[in-house]
Design a protein around this ligand. Sequence first.
Ligand code: GLV
Ligand code: MG
Length: 327
Amino acid sequence: MSFTLVRPAVPRVNRSELAVPGSNPKMMEKAATSGADVIFLDLEDAVAPDDKVQARKNIIVALNTLDFGASAVSVRINGLDTHYMYRDVIDILEQTGERLDLIMIPKVGKPDDVYALDMLVTQCETAKGRTKRIGFELIIETALGMQNVETIAAASPRLESLHFGVADYAASTGARTTVIGGPSKDYVVLTDQLADGARQNHWGDMWHYAIARVVVAARANGLRPIDGPFGNIQDADGYRAGARRAAALGCEGKWAIHPSQLALANETFNPPKEEVDRATRILEAMKEAQASGRGAITLDGRMIDAASVRQAEVMVAKAKLLASKKA
Ligand code: GLV
Ligand code: MG
């Protein structure tokens, strides 16, 4: 291990992150009982400019009156380049109680963006005597944000998670796609001739680099990496496939931009029971091995060493966190 220890952020179950427009009180009411791990009430892109002020008022009412149960609650504020942002923060922190858990900051480009928000939130919290520290969720969704993701991920002790915002990222990088997430028929490798003389298109994942980079920056700073939206709400299989790819790379959850995507996110990011069982067996076997002075052993024909133990510990810790949410 490095002498630099990575301290994990506030632990939170974050398999599903449900997006709800702040301009729609009925949808916020429904979302409150959805059981999503995190619900984010949106003031940014789901709200038209003419509705921004009313949406802010709606969110204040929602935070003061709705019962969100065991869900964590976040508000996505407007970007730092807009004149809405400072009032989003001040009005919400001054006019609501302690129910809010997180603020989601969109289009973060530099660590200074986070610093500025940290200062404003700290002043509001102190002035109002708020006792619960608000955490930050950051969306990495611009070329600038991706370029600076490593320093952004270390910008404040309030940080909890980094989210990959595929739609804005595509726009910012000029990627040739107009759908939200998912593969592109242009992002393929054409094979050489196969045995039968035919050639095949092998589809690649055009978001692999971006997600992998967000995962590394997040994990190196103890944060949760979360995959963003998948736009085709009719395509459950496409959603599942994207969520599985993200989970395979280390993401802890994915956005649901429609309630129908919630169960898909939860089921995909639940660690499979057989993997948790195997992880538990690895930990038990290793404990026995250590007691008898051995550093590496085999279990079910596979080699197990200290790195396998760390993987198993991550899996078991995740299962315990989930169990604590269900309880
Ligand atoms: C999310 O905000 C996105 O742009 O994908
Ligand atoms: Mg966006």
